[in-house]
Design a protein around this ligand. Sequence first.
Ligand SMILES: [Fe+2]
Length: 415
Amino acid sequence: MPSNLAAAYGDVRATTEHLAAPLSAEDQTIQSMADVSPTKWHRAHVSWFFETFVLGPHVPAYRPYDDAFAYIFNSYYEALGQRHPRSERGLISRPGVAEIARYRAFVDAAMNDLLLSDFEPRVHELITLGLHHEQQHQELLLMDIKHVLSRNPMRPAYATPPERGDANDRPAPPKAGWIEHDGGVVEIGHTGNGFGFDNEFPRHREYLSPFGLADRPVTCGEWLSFMEDGGYDRPEFWLSDGWSVVMTQGWQAPLYWFRDAENPEQWQQFTLSGVRPVDPDEPVCHVSYYEADAFAHWTGKRLPTEAEWETIAMIAAGGSNFLGGEAPHPRPAVDSNALLGDVWEWTSSSYTPYPGFRAAPGAVGEYNGKFMVSQYVLRGGCCATPPGHVRPTYRNFFPPGARWAFSGLRLAQDP
Ligand SMILES: [Fe+2]
């Protein structure tokens, strides 16, 4: 994202439209499960965010594009009143995509006027939050459309496959190496330099015992070994809640994996560029916390805590494979010390407030704090995360059974 705010605004808004461009009006309207939002809803909701938190309160002459949009495009802000049920977003055929494009243009015109004016630091902060919010929805748009398209028996591609055989691609090493840490008192959390979401604050101390963190994520090849060893059939590896889900949902493999109809030994996977064979060297993706934890038990290792993960990420900063190509997908490990990119990595840490956390006053304080229960923290960003959006202190979170995010894992071990 450019450092100039007006340039950043134009850049982020254009990226959202670029991501929606391969999708028809029909594609953009479907909601394949309650967790998934239609593409056109994402495009409108991020515009509603600027309208609600920036233009309404800070531009006296601003009038909303349509008063009814406050009901259908409010995601979860209780302080802003009633809203349309999340699970029924796919029932909204109107406004259609053309009207949502007009809505976006209307908000952009008002925002561009504001960006040319002399505004207060608080407005700068809210616009910045709105841009990072829209980047989060760019990744959600891709996660969600992948699920939508996966439910179509034709298994259509969202976009053409990325170029393969990139000079940086090479097979993952056969065994993960370990980045060792002596433990002790460490500090984690955002330092205050640059943007951070409220859930990254305040920076605080944690005590770590000595540990090792794998130098790459778990691969599909390793996951196939887990499956071949009865990983999904042996309750001894699983948390009780996880085993219940395995039983009721019939999980036998990561989401989007299926056996080749003509060669059942071969696993195929649905990707944003259509169906392709499972590549044993790629990081495994679309696994839940329950699966990640069961895999770790199978290996005799464990998942890292978020404090362990962040401590290593601050030393071994860097990463690769963020949103850039037409159809994001994880790639085999290319830099053994880069923790960012490719797949979000489950940690064993519950998503709870850091000591001293305070949500911001008002509706915007609902952004993160009220979700700090019954979820686990993931770290690192993924191939669908816009470049520059994540940092080592960034805390993503999902319920333990969720697996439609680009979620994988990296092992930790005790000495
Ligand atoms: Fe949102």
